[in-house]
Design a protein around this ligand. Sequence first.
Ligand code: PGA
Length: 257
Amino acid sequence: MRLPLVAGNWKMNKRLAEARALARAVAEGVSKLGGARGRVEVVLGPPYLALPAVAEAASGSGLGIAGQDCSHEKDGAFTGEVSAAMLKDAGATHVILGHSERRELLGETDALVAKKAAASLAGGLLPIVCLGEALPIRQAGRTLERVGRQIRRSILDAFPAPPEGLTVAYEPIWAIGTGVTATPVQAQEVHAFIRSRLGEAYGVDWAAKTRILYGGSVKPDNAAELFAQPDIDGGLIGGASLKSEDFLAIVSAALST
Ligand code: PGA
């Protein structure tokens, strides 16, 4: 009942011409796979400045386009910030929020992520809110406690009513860019927990239709086994989204689950 979603997080990679070429290659590849509409949702997450070019290169293909962050403010004196409305103007449909790189390197808190999530949905963008624990937390057996706290503070505090169009990404920090992937069993345990917590808050029907993506070293050779888990509804892909063949192989894996 949940359409799989595969989103590429290009992070701070790809100059303009490369971004355009990658978007074209993915759009062509997805169309060769029989098209995205109705079978899988594919989203590209370029850096801000490449976003309009990527949106243009992908226009008509059915691909979604995500910003990698957005301001929680609508407009005003916020030097360097980009609002949800600006992203939308530039062609974005989605926005990735609360990525662990922003939380860890730039000090983003759950409270800020909640404000951004509320602002982006109000501004017409579909938020993909990232959660995930660091290695010491997992080693201490406190993964569900930490992810539970992130759910409360980054999602439930943002949305008193069930947020239509929200996607959650579980991204264990120790698996991001490290080549170490959570095992399907480890990931499924956390995904099931996230779904049940969201179900308690927003109702089981809402939780049953909401996508929870896995992110952290998803590659063509491990995507299928992850996506086969009952509560894993696709992936947020970093490194492997930078090469069209790898990303398309992951999209294919999502199509066949
Ligand atoms: P990775 O990144 O696939 O390179 O591990 C995932 C992410 O950070 O979203």
